[in-house]
Design a protein. Structure first.
Length: 120
């Protein structure tokens, strides 16, 4: 599309090989009005773009905070897992020790009971 402006009128149309096709004369006041509309749309578009940039920055910051929190949680989870393994091993060792004590006590009782029952 080409725009040709005269002092009082303008012509808007498409250009071919040195020919103006579908040329429509447009008064200068309409061109100014259209220009103002386009400038207003451009300003609104820039404002929307700036708002989107601010929202993107806020979202980016929230993502960074969430990633930091995730790293801390993973670290804490790892520490808790290591501590639970330590406690499980400790409890297992205590259970084995108690089972050995119980086995020894049962063995002693078993040895003591037959001798006391035979003497009676």
């Amino acid at each position: 599309m080409s725009i040709f402006i005269s002092p009082m009128m303008a012509v808007i149309g498409t250009r071919g090989k040195n020919d103006i096709i579908n040329a429509v004369p447009v008064p200068e006041s309409e061109l100014k009005k259209r220009n103002e509309e386009l400038e207003k749309e451009l300003k609104e578009s820039k404002e929307r773009e700036e708002q989107m940039r601010r929202q993107l920055k806020i979202t980016w910051e929230r993502l960074r905070v969430a990633e930091d929190a995730e790293e801390r949680l993973c670290s804490q989870l790892g520490e808790l897992e290591a501590e639970s393994v330590y406690h499980a091993r400790d409890y297992h060792g205590r259970i084995v020790s108690l089972m050995d004590q119980l086995s020894n006590a049962q063995s002693l009782l078993h040895k003591a009971l037959p001798s006391s029952s035979t003497s009676s």
